[in-house]
Design a protein around this ligand. Sequence first.
Ligand SMILES: Cc1cc2nc3c(=O)[nH]c(=O)nc-3n(C[C@H](O)[C@H](O)[C@H](O)COP(=O)(O)OP(=O)(O)OC[C@H]3O[C@@H](n4cnc5c(N)ncnc54)[C@H](O)[C@@H]3O)c2cc1C
Length: 411
Amino acid sequence: MKYDVAVIGGGPAGLAAAIKASLSGASVILIEREARLGGILKQCIHDGFGVVRFGEKLSGPEYADRFIKQLRQTNVQVSLFSFVTSTVQDGDLYKITYVCKDGVQHVECDNIILATGCRERTRNGIFIHGDRCAGVYTAGAAQNLVNILGAVPGKKVVILGSGDIGLIMARRLTLEGAKVVGVYEAKPTPSGLTRNIHQCLNDFDIPLHLSSTVTKVLGTTRLERVEISRVDEQMRPIAGTEQIVDCDCLVLAVGLIPENEIARGLKVPLDPKTKGAIVDQNCQTLRNGIYACGNALHVNDLVDYVSESGETAGGAVQSRDKRVLRKIETEGKLLYVVPQRLDVNAPLDKVVMYFRASEELTDQRLTVTAGDEVVFTKNYAKLLPPEMERVVVNFNKAHTLDDFVVRLEDK
Ligand SMILES: Cc1cc2nc3c(=O)[nH]c(=O)nc-3n(C[C@H](O)[C@H](O)[C@H](O)COP(=O)(O)OP(=O)(O)OC[C@H]3O[C@@H](n4cnc5c(N)ncnc54)[C@H](O)[C@@H]3O)c2cc1C
């Protein structure tokens, strides 16, 4: 089997990429390991999806459904229950091996679009000591239990992490009858959106404890207690502040990491800041013919931008122009900028750039320069690291196309 494009992952990024690539005339296979398309959206039954794209607050499944319906109008070959196990380059072609109900399958393609989403950080990833008892879940696993399988993972719950996923799970578990004894956050400020603090915690009288973390889990077969400690500015536990909290369930909402096993196997260079691939404005990685989009590229807070990057990748795969890549450096108080490269041989008039501030900031100016020339500037009254920002830059204004710098500094 030979395709122009193989899209790996059938979440919102992969759906958008497959639709766009197919509409631009490519033969496309979409490979998804789960039984249904939609990715993480299948279990996100709260609303808030699609505000930017559709101007509506949809639930995750409703948002996914709009793309699945579009996909059905195309010739995209969909392979469900199919887990990609290896990907290798053979000359100009990529060979993908996946396992499905029919056994081991092989396909060849000219381009791969990586839309594999994220993984969640686990207890081991943040070094919580203690007993190896049942009752410790990642937020995504707990959400899957409640929203897909109809099972509540505990009666008395501690949540670690105040990002949006932790906040949403605090409310969800409360609505299902569990007692959420508290949300604990190592940072001195909450990580989630302000509206979620109000709607998910304040409205349900769930306490938020800042500058605190779980330092130990205790329980013989099932979780019985957790040890909570205060932390200093470097987020190190402060000895003598330990406190025991009774609970039978610990939900860890302590961060997402782009899923890039396949990218690593293909030796795609990754950005240590985003943990996703280094890409140009078309979402093409530094390996020709390999694209990355959605949460596999960098962790997005809004699904609308996940779909946008999928469409960018899907729309670019048929282009055969030779790339001329220039680096986009970052300076100042930026956590990261995507894309990290500019293909000066590709269209430059509407380059979409995503960035996050490294800390909570007020009165900032973002400047994009090409050599000594300022090609874009925008002022921000307030910037928060949990909120990803998006700008559209016209690089055609630049007279020199050599080195580009994105800088965030005080106004
Ligand atoms: C709890 C939660 C709440 C959120 N709330 C909101 C919200 O209110 N509003 C909003 O706009 N956004 C929200 N988001 C963010 C948004 O949902 C995500 O950014 C988006 O779904 C990511 O899409 P994706 O396609 O990149 O990844 P995913 O949806 O994770 O899809 C990746 C797909 O790739 C598949 N896959 C991975 N590896 C392989 C492999 N080797 N072989 C085959 N298939 C593979 C997976 O099975 C999965 O289906 C939320 C996210 C979470 C987790």
